[in-house]
Write a protein that binds this ligand. Structure first.
Ligand code: AHG
Ligand code: MN
Ligand code: MN
Length: 338
């Protein structure tokens, strides 16, 4: 690949558009870029060294922790803390707000992250990812950051992004002025702008959902999926199903090709419907990016970015993708709900 705009240059260009910028945000993003390269290195050698398989623990979500999860979590904590630009961090892998070690400066930003997304796919060499979501703190700088900082609605995100560790390594991010994708050139160790101004097609042909959960979906979701598959329905031809089981990879494909990803609420216990994906480190950053790319993100009845969070590890239904597909899904839900 010819070296064009590196991610560093892209971030600097962005900074110039913002006259009040101090460089703090650039330093923060660059810490994430370095963490992405560190994680990519460890993902790439996962089969060679003993990092495959489970670490033996159970994380705060009650799931088994994979070794790469821990490696990715530590890399992000270390590099973000050392940037001097964060007041706290919130990781999918840790129950509480992470305190920044005293030797580092405290900054005005905080980052929610899913260090390793799609961890059940690691051992099979299937694409996995990292997701991040950045906010400005709202409490005074002299205080320790607290839940008021951590529990801001997604609309307040300053930036969000993800890294896909796939056939190549890509970083996609948005600071609220479009969505831009960079591909890692491993020979020079730089992320190079490869996908400027990504726009999701208004309507797609792909649907992505774990259909094994059919029996636990609400009526509106069932009707919608039946309609997508019906050759006699009023659409050109049945949609195509694609489901990897790594949100980052499923999302990335649909962002480029158009389509809809659904993880609706599970009604196993009809009195307590629950989503699987986490609002702060999965649904919000992906929704921010999807809206910036011209798409939509909803729980079925509510715009994801408008949800007022109540817990850092809150889970929500997530239906996200091409504008027309998500709109139609919402119509099915509204109809089923009367
Ligand atoms: P994580 O690996 O961070 O726990 O996330 C897994 C998530 C997400 O990546 C994916 O979309 C979803 O779980 C898949 O869930 P199912 O296996 O239930 O389909
Ligand atoms: Mn995840
Ligand atoms: Mn994870």
């Amino acid at each position: 690949m010819d070296i064009g705009i590196t991610i560093f240059n892209h971030i600097l260009l962005n900074q110039k558009l913002n006259p009040g910028a101090t460089g703090a945000f650039t330093r923060l993003l660059m810490a994430i870029v370095v963490a992405a390269k560190v994680i990519q290195r460890d993902v790439a050698k996962a089969g060679l060294v003993d990092v495959l398989g489970r670490a033996g623990g159970i994380n705060v979500q009650g799931e088994e922790v994979q070794k790469l999860d821990e490696i990715a979590n530590e890399a992000l904590k270390r590099l973000l803390s050392a940037s001097g630009e964060v007041c706290t961090l919130i990781s999918e892998e840790e129950a509480d707000l992470i305190e920044i070690p005293r030797q580092y400066n405290r900054g005005n930003y905080l980052v929610h992250f899913d260090p390793l997304d799609g961890s059940s796919n690691i051992d099979a060499n299937v694409s996995i990812g990292t997701i991040f979501s950045i906010y400005r703190r709202v409490t005074p700088p002299e205080m320790d950051a607290d839940l008021k900082d951590a529990l801001q609605p997604g609309l307040r995100q300053v930036a969000a992004g993800y890294v896909v560790y796939g056939s190549s390594c890509m970083l996609v991010y948005s600071t609220g002025s479009g969505v831009h994708g960079f591909t890692l050139d491993p020979t020079v160790g730089e992320f190079i702008l490869s996908h400027p101004n990504i726009q999701v097609p208004t309507k797609g042909k792909i649907y992505s959902i774990n259909e094994g959960n059919y029996g636990y979906w609400d009526e509106g979701t069932r009707n919608y999926i039946e309609w997508l598959k019906d050759p006699n329905a009023n659409h050109p031809k049945p949609y195509t199903a694609r489901y990897i089981g790594s949100l980052v990879a499923d999302f990335h494909r649909n962002l480029l090709y158009g389509g809809i990803f659904l993880y609706p609420a599970d009604l196993r216990d009809p009195l307590k419907p629950k989503g699987k994906l986490r609002l702060m480190c999965e649904a919000n950053p992906m929704s921010f990016i999807m809206e910036q790319a011209g798409g939509l993100a909803t729980t079925g009845t509510e715009r994801v970015l408008e949800i007022q969070p109540t817990e850092i590890h809150q889970r929500v239904p997530l239906i996200i993708g091409s504008h027309d597909d998500v709109k139609l899904y919402q119509d099915f839900i509204a109809k089923a709900n009367g």
